[in-house]
Design a protein around this ligand. Structure first.
Ligand code: SF4
Ligand code: SF4
Length: 437
Protein backbone atom coordinates (compact mmCIF):
# COMPACT_ATOMS: atom_id res chain seq x y z
CA UNK A 1 0.00 0.00 0.00
CA UNK A 2 1.40 3.37 -0.98
CA UNK A 3 1.97 5.74 1.93
CA UNK A 4 2.55 9.45 2.22
CA UNK A 5 4.18 10.11 5.58
CA UNK A 6 6.49 13.12 5.84
CA UNK A 7 10.19 12.72 6.72
CA UNK A 8 9.45 14.48 10.02
CA UNK A 9 6.76 11.90 10.85
CA UNK A 10 9.05 9.03 9.92
CA UNK A 11 11.73 10.35 12.28
CA UNK A 12 9.55 8.91 15.04
CA UNK A 13 10.49 5.20 15.23
CA UNK A 14 6.97 4.12 16.21
CA UNK A 15 5.44 5.93 13.22
CA UNK A 16 8.15 4.54 10.94
CA UNK A 17 7.37 1.02 12.17
CA UNK A 18 3.63 1.56 11.56
CA UNK A 19 4.37 2.85 8.05
CA UNK A 20 6.46 -0.23 7.27
CA UNK A 21 3.52 -2.42 8.28
CA UNK A 22 1.05 -0.47 6.14
CA UNK A 23 3.34 -0.62 3.08
CA UNK A 24 3.32 -4.42 3.21
CA UNK A 25 -0.44 -4.63 2.69
CA UNK A 26 -1.27 -5.39 -0.95
CA UNK A 27 -5.07 -4.92 -0.56
CA UNK A 28 -5.69 -8.56 -1.49
CA UNK A 29 -8.52 -8.95 1.01
CA UNK A 30 -7.71 -12.57 1.96
CA UNK A 31 -7.92 -11.52 5.61
CA UNK A 32 -11.57 -10.50 5.37
CA UNK A 33 -12.93 -14.04 5.39
CA UNK A 34 -11.19 -14.97 8.65
CA UNK A 35 -11.87 -11.75 10.57
CA UNK A 36 -14.56 -12.32 13.23
CA UNK A 37 -15.96 -8.78 13.12
CA UNK A 38 -16.19 -8.75 9.33
CA UNK A 39 -17.80 -12.20 9.45
CA UNK A 40 -20.44 -10.91 11.87
CA UNK A 41 -20.99 -7.36 10.66
CA UNK A 42 -20.12 -7.56 6.95
CA UNK A 43 -18.74 -4.02 6.93
CA UNK A 44 -15.39 -3.51 5.18
CA UNK A 45 -14.48 -0.99 7.89
CA UNK A 46 -14.77 -3.82 10.41
CA UNK A 47 -12.26 -5.89 8.47
CA UNK A 48 -8.46 -5.87 8.79
CA UNK A 49 -8.05 -4.18 5.40
CA UNK A 50 -10.66 -1.54 6.20
CA UNK A 51 -9.06 -0.82 9.55
CA UNK A 52 -5.64 -0.54 7.93
CA UNK A 53 -7.05 2.15 5.60
CA UNK A 54 -8.60 3.99 8.55
CA UNK A 55 -5.44 3.82 10.64
CA UNK A 56 -3.28 4.87 7.70
CA UNK A 57 -5.46 7.91 7.08
CA UNK A 58 -5.42 8.90 10.75
CA UNK A 59 -1.67 8.46 11.21
CA UNK A 60 -0.59 9.86 7.87
CA UNK A 61 -2.57 13.06 8.32
CA UNK A 62 -1.63 13.30 11.99
CA UNK A 63 -5.22 14.15 12.73
CA UNK A 64 -7.32 13.65 15.80
CA UNK A 65 -9.08 10.29 15.61
CA UNK A 66 -12.59 10.63 14.20
CA UNK A 67 -15.56 8.88 15.82
CA UNK A 68 -15.55 6.50 12.84
CA UNK A 69 -11.91 5.46 13.33
CA UNK A 70 -12.37 4.99 17.07
CA UNK A 71 -15.50 2.89 16.55
CA UNK A 72 -13.93 0.48 14.10
CA UNK A 73 -10.57 0.19 15.89
CA UNK A 74 -12.38 -0.37 19.20
CA UNK A 75 -14.37 -3.16 17.56
CA UNK A 76 -11.16 -5.01 16.62
CA UNK A 77 -10.58 -7.94 18.97
CA UNK A 78 -6.80 -8.00 18.44
CA UNK A 79 -7.37 -11.71 17.83
CA UNK A 80 -4.70 -11.68 15.08
CA UNK A 81 -6.59 -14.14 12.91
CA UNK A 82 -5.76 -11.76 10.07
CA UNK A 83 -2.05 -12.25 10.68
CA UNK A 84 -2.37 -16.01 10.32
CA UNK A 85 -4.19 -15.51 7.01
CA UNK A 86 -2.22 -12.67 5.45
CA UNK A 87 0.05 -13.87 2.63
CA UNK A 88 2.11 -10.65 2.72
CA UNK A 89 3.21 -10.88 6.35
CA UNK A 90 1.43 -7.71 7.43
CA UNK A 91 2.22 -7.26 11.14
CA UNK A 92 -1.25 -6.05 12.04
CA UNK A 93 -0.52 -6.41 15.77
CA UNK A 94 2.13 -3.66 15.71
CA UNK A 95 -0.11 -1.37 13.71
CA UNK A 96 -3.22 -1.75 15.83
CA UNK A 97 -1.21 -1.44 19.06
CA UNK A 98 0.26 1.82 17.76
CA UNK A 99 -3.14 3.08 16.62
CA UNK A 100 -4.72 2.28 19.98
CA UNK A 101 -2.01 4.22 21.80
CA UNK A 102 -2.44 7.10 19.34
CA UNK A 103 -6.20 7.12 19.95
CA UNK A 104 -5.66 7.04 23.69
CA UNK A 105 -3.45 10.11 23.58
CA UNK A 106 -5.31 12.13 20.89
CA UNK A 107 -8.97 11.36 21.57
CA UNK A 108 -11.30 12.33 24.35
CA UNK A 109 -13.71 9.51 25.14
CA UNK A 110 -17.18 9.99 26.62
CA UNK A 111 -17.35 10.23 30.44
CA UNK A 112 -19.00 6.77 30.68
CA UNK A 113 -16.33 5.20 28.46
CA UNK A 114 -13.55 6.88 30.45
CA UNK A 115 -15.08 5.69 33.71
CA UNK A 116 -15.35 2.08 32.59
CA UNK A 117 -11.90 1.95 31.04
CA UNK A 118 -10.40 3.65 34.09
CA UNK A 119 -12.14 1.18 36.38
CA UNK A 120 -10.90 -1.81 34.39
CA UNK A 121 -7.33 -0.53 34.38
CA UNK A 122 -7.49 0.24 38.12
CA UNK A 123 -8.99 -3.09 39.16
CA UNK A 124 -8.14 -6.01 36.90
CA UNK A 125 -4.33 -6.10 37.04
CA UNK A 126 -4.31 -5.92 40.85
CA UNK A 127 -5.46 -9.12 42.64
CA UNK A 128 -6.46 -7.44 45.94
CA UNK A 129 -8.55 -4.84 44.11
CA UNK A 130 -10.01 -7.54 41.87
CA UNK A 131 -11.07 -9.57 44.91
CA UNK A 132 -12.83 -6.58 46.44
CA UNK A 133 -14.44 -5.58 43.13
CA UNK A 134 -15.63 -9.16 42.54
CA UNK A 135 -17.28 -9.20 45.97
CA UNK A 136 -18.99 -5.88 45.26
CA UNK A 137 -19.93 -7.14 41.79
CA UNK A 138 -21.66 -10.17 43.30
CA UNK A 139 -23.75 -7.88 45.51
CA UNK A 140 -24.61 -5.53 42.63
CA UNK A 141 -25.30 -8.27 40.10
CA UNK A 142 -29.13 -7.86 40.34
CA UNK A 143 -28.66 -4.38 38.83
CA UNK A 144 -27.20 -5.81 35.61
CA UNK A 145 -30.52 -6.10 33.68
CA UNK A 146 -31.32 -2.47 34.53
CA UNK A 147 -27.89 -1.21 33.39
CA UNK A 148 -28.15 -3.26 30.20
CA UNK A 149 -31.01 -1.04 29.01
CA UNK A 150 -28.62 1.89 28.53
CA UNK A 151 -26.14 1.53 25.64
CA UNK A 152 -23.55 3.58 27.56
CA UNK A 153 -23.86 1.44 30.70
CA UNK A 154 -23.92 -1.96 28.99
CA UNK A 155 -20.22 -2.48 29.78
CA UNK A 156 -20.99 -2.04 33.50
CA UNK A 157 -23.73 -4.66 33.17
CA UNK A 158 -21.24 -6.97 31.43
CA UNK A 159 -18.78 -6.41 34.28
CA UNK A 160 -21.38 -7.43 36.86
CA UNK A 161 -22.41 -10.46 34.84
CA UNK A 162 -18.83 -11.61 34.44
CA UNK A 163 -17.91 -11.15 38.12
CA UNK A 164 -17.20 -14.64 39.50
CA UNK A 165 -20.38 -16.05 41.08
CA UNK A 166 -18.47 -17.20 44.14
CA UNK A 167 -15.06 -16.57 45.57
CA UNK A 168 -12.68 -19.22 44.25
CA UNK A 169 -11.23 -21.55 46.85
CA UNK A 170 -7.53 -20.94 47.35
CA UNK A 171 -5.24 -23.54 45.84
CA UNK A 172 -3.71 -25.91 48.40
CA UNK A 173 -0.65 -24.31 49.97
CA UNK A 174 1.61 -27.26 49.11
CA UNK A 175 0.86 -26.71 45.41
CA UNK A 176 3.02 -23.58 45.46
CA UNK A 177 6.36 -25.21 44.81
CA UNK A 178 6.92 -28.86 45.72
CA UNK A 179 10.33 -30.19 44.66
CA UNK A 180 10.70 -31.80 41.26
CA UNK A 181 10.18 -35.52 41.18
CA UNK A 182 11.95 -38.03 38.95
CA UNK A 183 14.91 -37.02 36.77
CA UNK A 184 15.46 -33.29 37.25
CA UNK A 185 15.16 -31.12 34.12
CA UNK A 186 15.82 -27.71 35.60
CA UNK A 187 14.00 -24.75 37.08
CA UNK A 188 11.12 -22.88 35.51
CA UNK A 189 9.40 -19.67 36.49
CA UNK A 190 5.62 -20.07 36.39
CA UNK A 191 4.01 -16.69 35.76
CA UNK A 192 1.32 -16.00 38.32
CA UNK A 193 -0.21 -12.99 36.60
CA UNK A 194 -3.33 -11.34 37.95
CA UNK A 195 -6.82 -12.61 37.17
CA UNK A 196 -6.30 -16.36 36.59
CA UNK A 197 -5.27 -17.30 40.15
CA UNK A 198 -8.22 -15.31 41.48
CA UNK A 199 -10.86 -16.94 39.27
CA UNK A 200 -9.42 -20.40 38.76
CA UNK A 201 -6.55 -21.20 41.17
CA UNK A 202 -6.91 -24.87 40.25
CA UNK A 203 -5.18 -24.16 36.92
CA UNK A 204 -1.98 -23.05 38.58
CA UNK A 205 -2.14 -25.92 41.07
CA UNK A 206 -2.50 -28.39 38.16
CA UNK A 207 0.36 -26.73 36.28
CA UNK A 208 2.66 -26.99 39.30
CA UNK A 209 1.84 -30.70 39.71
CA UNK A 210 2.37 -31.47 36.01
CA UNK A 211 5.64 -29.56 35.87
CA UNK A 212 7.08 -31.08 39.06
CA UNK A 213 6.09 -34.58 37.93
CA UNK A 214 7.89 -33.85 34.69
CA UNK A 215 11.06 -33.00 36.60
CA UNK A 216 10.96 -29.21 36.91
CA UNK A 217 11.43 -27.14 40.03
CA UNK A 218 8.81 -24.41 39.85
CA UNK A 219 9.52 -20.88 41.05
CA UNK A 220 7.16 -18.05 41.63
CA UNK A 221 9.18 -14.86 41.84
CA UNK A 222 8.30 -12.19 44.40
CA UNK A 223 7.45 -8.86 42.81
CA UNK A 224 6.03 -10.16 39.53
CA UNK A 225 2.37 -9.75 38.65
CA UNK A 226 0.11 -8.81 35.77
CA UNK A 227 1.83 -9.22 32.39
CA UNK A 228 0.49 -5.83 31.25
CA UNK A 229 -1.65 -7.11 28.38
CA UNK A 230 -5.00 -5.94 29.76
CA UNK A 231 -4.02 -2.27 29.83
CA UNK A 232 -1.70 -2.49 26.82
CA UNK A 233 -4.61 -3.56 24.62
CA UNK A 234 -6.63 -0.59 25.81
CA UNK A 235 -3.92 1.69 24.39
CA UNK A 236 -2.55 2.57 27.83
CA UNK A 237 1.03 2.18 26.69
CA UNK A 238 2.77 3.64 29.74
CA UNK A 239 0.68 1.63 32.19
CA UNK A 240 1.38 -1.53 30.19
CA UNK A 241 5.12 -0.85 30.09
CA UNK A 242 5.08 -0.33 33.85
CA UNK A 243 3.91 -3.92 34.35
CA UNK A 244 6.38 -5.20 31.75
CA UNK A 245 9.31 -3.48 33.47
CA UNK A 246 8.27 -4.73 36.88
CA UNK A 247 8.17 -8.35 35.71
CA UNK A 248 11.45 -8.18 33.81
CA UNK A 249 13.16 -6.56 36.82
CA UNK A 250 11.72 -9.24 39.14
CA UNK A 251 12.95 -12.07 36.92
CA UNK A 252 16.31 -10.48 36.05
CA UNK A 253 18.46 -12.06 38.79
CA UNK A 254 17.39 -15.60 37.89
CA UNK A 255 17.40 -15.00 34.14
CA UNK A 256 20.81 -13.33 34.09
CA UNK A 257 22.25 -16.04 36.34
CA UNK A 258 21.18 -18.62 33.74
CA UNK A 259 19.09 -20.47 36.32
CA UNK A 260 15.89 -20.64 34.28
CA UNK A 261 15.05 -23.27 31.67
CA UNK A 262 11.78 -21.52 30.73
CA UNK A 263 9.27 -18.91 31.81
CA UNK A 264 6.05 -20.89 31.67
CA UNK A 265 2.66 -19.31 31.14
CA UNK A 266 -0.74 -20.98 31.55
CA UNK A 267 -2.82 -18.06 30.20
CA UNK A 268 -2.05 -17.75 26.50
CA UNK A 269 -3.06 -14.08 26.41
CA UNK A 270 -0.29 -13.42 28.91
CA UNK A 271 2.11 -15.72 27.08
CA UNK A 272 1.64 -13.76 23.88
CA UNK A 273 2.47 -10.57 25.79
CA UNK A 274 5.53 -11.98 27.60
CA UNK A 275 6.91 -13.22 24.27
CA UNK A 276 6.72 -9.59 23.14
CA UNK A 277 8.61 -8.12 26.11
CA UNK A 278 11.85 -8.01 24.11
CA UNK A 279 10.20 -5.84 21.48
CA UNK A 280 8.36 -3.64 23.95
CA UNK A 281 11.52 -2.86 25.94
CA UNK A 282 13.92 -2.76 23.01
CA UNK A 283 14.72 0.92 23.63
CA UNK A 284 15.04 0.57 27.40
CA UNK A 285 18.76 0.96 28.18
CA UNK A 286 18.50 -0.82 31.53
CA UNK A 287 16.24 -3.76 30.67
CA UNK A 288 16.39 -4.37 26.90
CA UNK A 289 18.90 -7.23 27.17
CA UNK A 290 17.04 -9.07 29.92
CA UNK A 291 13.69 -8.48 28.22
CA UNK A 292 15.00 -10.15 25.05
CA UNK A 293 16.12 -13.15 27.12
CA UNK A 294 12.74 -13.26 28.87
CA UNK A 295 10.96 -13.41 25.51
CA UNK A 296 13.26 -16.18 24.33
CA UNK A 297 12.54 -18.17 27.51
CA UNK A 298 8.75 -17.64 27.48
CA UNK A 299 6.72 -20.77 26.69
CA UNK A 300 3.11 -21.71 26.78
CA UNK A 301 2.85 -24.68 29.13
CA UNK A 302 1.77 -26.96 26.28
CA UNK A 303 4.81 -25.94 24.23
CA UNK A 304 7.14 -27.00 27.01
CA UNK A 305 5.32 -30.23 27.82
CA UNK A 306 5.20 -31.26 24.17
CA UNK A 307 9.00 -31.21 24.05
CA UNK A 308 9.64 -33.69 26.84
CA UNK A 309 8.72 -37.29 27.51
CA UNK A 310 5.95 -37.38 30.11
CA UNK A 311 5.53 -40.11 32.73
CA UNK A 312 3.16 -43.05 32.35
CA UNK A 313 -0.47 -42.11 32.31
CA UNK A 314 -3.68 -43.26 33.86
CA UNK A 315 -5.94 -42.93 30.78
CA UNK A 316 -8.98 -40.94 31.87
CA UNK A 317 -12.39 -42.33 31.06
CA UNK A 318 -16.01 -41.31 31.48
CA UNK A 319 -18.62 -43.04 33.58
CA UNK A 320 -19.06 -45.84 30.98
CA UNK A 321 -15.32 -46.49 30.68
CA UNK A 322 -15.12 -44.86 27.24
CA UNK A 323 -12.45 -42.20 26.58
CA UNK A 324 -13.80 -38.73 27.23
CA UNK A 325 -14.49 -36.54 24.21
CA UNK A 326 -12.74 -33.20 24.52
CA UNK A 327 -13.71 -30.27 22.32
CA UNK A 328 -10.51 -28.26 22.07
CA UNK A 329 -11.05 -24.53 21.67
CA UNK A 330 -7.81 -22.90 20.53
CA UNK A 331 -7.40 -19.44 22.08
CA UNK A 332 -6.57 -16.78 19.50
CA UNK A 333 -3.58 -15.68 21.53
CA UNK A 334 -2.23 -19.23 21.25
CA UNK A 335 -3.11 -20.20 17.67
CA UNK A 336 -2.65 -16.76 16.07
CA UNK A 337 -0.60 -14.76 18.58
CA UNK A 338 1.94 -17.49 19.35
CA UNK A 339 1.34 -19.85 16.44
CA UNK A 340 1.10 -22.75 18.90
CA UNK A 341 -1.36 -25.08 17.20
CA UNK A 342 -0.65 -28.77 17.37
CA UNK A 343 0.76 -29.15 20.90
CA UNK A 344 -2.42 -28.91 23.03
CA UNK A 345 -4.25 -31.43 20.86
CA UNK A 346 -1.26 -33.78 20.67
CA UNK A 347 -0.82 -33.72 24.44
CA UNK A 348 -4.50 -34.39 25.09
CA UNK A 349 -4.54 -37.28 22.62
CA UNK A 350 -1.36 -38.75 24.10
CA UNK A 351 -3.08 -38.57 27.50
CA UNK A 352 -5.93 -40.76 26.25
CA UNK A 353 -8.63 -38.23 25.39
CA UNK A 354 -10.65 -38.26 22.18
CA UNK A 355 -10.06 -34.77 20.83
CA UNK A 356 -12.29 -32.87 18.41
CA UNK A 357 -11.94 -29.34 17.07
CA UNK A 358 -14.97 -27.22 16.20
CA UNK A 359 -15.96 -25.63 12.92
CA UNK A 360 -14.68 -22.06 12.62
CA UNK A 361 -11.88 -22.88 15.04
CA UNK A 362 -10.04 -19.77 13.83
CA UNK A 363 -12.79 -17.43 15.07
CA UNK A 364 -12.48 -15.68 18.42
CA UNK A 365 -14.88 -16.60 21.25
CA UNK A 366 -15.37 -12.90 21.98
CA UNK A 367 -13.40 -12.75 25.22
CA UNK A 368 -10.27 -10.93 23.98
CA UNK A 369 -9.02 -9.39 27.21
CA UNK A 370 -11.62 -6.81 28.26
CA UNK A 371 -13.44 -6.86 24.91
CA UNK A 372 -16.35 -8.81 26.43
CA UNK A 373 -16.87 -5.86 28.77
CA UNK A 374 -16.22 -2.99 26.34
CA UNK A 375 -18.05 -4.53 23.34
CA UNK A 376 -20.65 -6.75 25.02
CA UNK A 377 -22.98 -7.09 22.01
CA UNK A 378 -20.40 -8.32 19.50
CA UNK A 379 -18.74 -10.41 22.19
CA UNK A 380 -22.04 -12.15 23.05
CA UNK A 381 -22.69 -12.98 19.39
CA UNK A 382 -19.22 -14.47 19.02
CA UNK A 383 -19.63 -16.47 22.22
CA UNK A 384 -22.95 -17.97 21.12
CA UNK A 385 -21.44 -18.88 17.76
CA UNK A 386 -18.43 -20.49 19.40
CA UNK A 387 -20.52 -22.37 21.98
CA UNK A 388 -22.83 -23.69 19.24
CA UNK A 389 -19.85 -24.93 17.21
CA UNK A 390 -18.41 -26.61 20.30
CA UNK A 391 -21.77 -28.16 21.29
CA UNK A 392 -22.09 -29.70 17.81
CA UNK A 393 -19.16 -31.96 18.74
CA UNK A 394 -21.20 -33.38 21.66
CA UNK A 395 -18.19 -33.24 23.98
CA UNK A 396 -17.91 -34.34 27.59
CA UNK A 397 -15.74 -31.33 28.28
CA UNK A 398 -14.41 -28.25 26.50
CA UNK A 399 -10.69 -27.62 26.91
CA UNK A 400 -8.92 -24.35 26.27
CA UNK A 401 -5.69 -22.60 27.22
CA UNK A 402 -6.62 -19.14 28.39
CA UNK A 403 -8.59 -17.98 31.43
CA UNK A 404 -10.44 -15.36 29.37
CA UNK A 405 -11.75 -17.96 26.88
CA UNK A 406 -12.52 -20.38 29.68
CA UNK A 407 -14.68 -17.83 31.53
CA UNK A 408 -16.34 -16.60 28.36
CA UNK A 409 -17.34 -20.07 27.11
CA UNK A 410 -18.30 -21.40 30.55
CA UNK A 411 -20.88 -18.61 30.84
CA UNK A 412 -22.96 -20.27 28.12
CA UNK A 413 -21.72 -23.83 27.61
CA UNK A 414 -23.79 -26.75 28.90
CA UNK A 415 -20.72 -28.92 29.62
CA UNK A 416 -17.74 -28.26 31.92
CA UNK A 417 -14.92 -26.11 30.58
CA UNK A 418 -11.39 -26.80 31.78
CA UNK A 419 -7.86 -25.70 31.06
CA UNK A 420 -5.84 -28.21 29.00
CA UNK A 421 -3.36 -28.55 31.87
CA UNK A 422 -6.13 -29.58 34.29
CA UNK A 423 -7.00 -32.50 32.01
CA UNK A 424 -3.35 -33.43 31.60
CA UNK A 425 -2.84 -33.28 35.35
CA UNK A 426 -5.79 -35.62 35.87
CA UNK A 427 -4.43 -38.07 33.30
CA UNK A 428 -1.02 -37.99 34.98
CA UNK A 429 -2.33 -38.69 38.46
CA UNK A 430 -3.87 -35.44 39.69
CA UNK A 431 -7.45 -34.79 40.80
CA UNK A 432 -10.35 -34.92 38.38
CA UNK A 433 -11.36 -31.40 37.24
CA UNK A 434 -14.66 -30.20 38.70
CA UNK A 435 -17.87 -31.20 36.92
CA UNK A 436 -16.42 -33.98 34.72
CA UNK A 437 -18.46 -37.17 34.32
S1 SF4 B 1 -7.24 -8.69 14.87
FE1 SF4 B 1 -9.05 -10.00 14.58
S2 SF4 B 1 -10.82 -8.62 14.73
FE2 SF4 B 1 -8.99 -7.34 14.44
S3 SF4 B 1 -8.87 -7.03 12.23
FE3 SF4 B 1 -7.60 -8.81 12.67
S4 SF4 B 1 -8.95 -10.60 12.39
FE4 SF4 B 1 -10.27 -8.76 12.55
S1 SF4 C 1 -4.46 -10.29 3.68
FE1 SF4 C 1 -2.73 -8.99 4.27
S2 SF4 C 1 -2.10 -7.98 2.38
FE2 SF4 C 1 -4.16 -8.80 2.01
S3 SF4 C 1 -5.56 -7.09 2.54
FE3 SF4 C 1 -5.34 -8.33 4.38
S4 SF4 C 1 -3.65 -7.36 5.50
FE4 SF4 C 1 -3.54 -6.58 3.39
Amino acid sequence: MQTNFSPAQLADPETAAAEAVIRKCVHCGFCLATCPTYTLLGDELDSPRGRIYLMKDMLENGRRPTAQVVKHVDRCLSCLSCMTTCPSGVDYRRLVDHARAYIESHHSRSPADRLIRGLLAFVLPHPARFRLAAALGRLARPLAPLLRRSQALKPLAAMLTLAPAARAAAAPAQAASPPASGPRRGRVILLKGCVEPEIAPQIRAAAVRVLTRAGYDVSQVAGEGCCGALVHHMGREDDGLGFVRRNVAAWRPMVEAGEVAAIVVTASGCGSMVKDYGHLLRHDPALAGTAAKVSALARDITELLAEIPLPDIRPPAGAGGEPLTVAYQAPCSLQHGQQVRRQPRALLEAAGFRVREPAEAHLCCGSAGVYNILQPDISAQLRSRKVANLAALEPDVVATGNIGCLTQIAAEAKVPVAHVVELLDWAYGGPKPAGLP
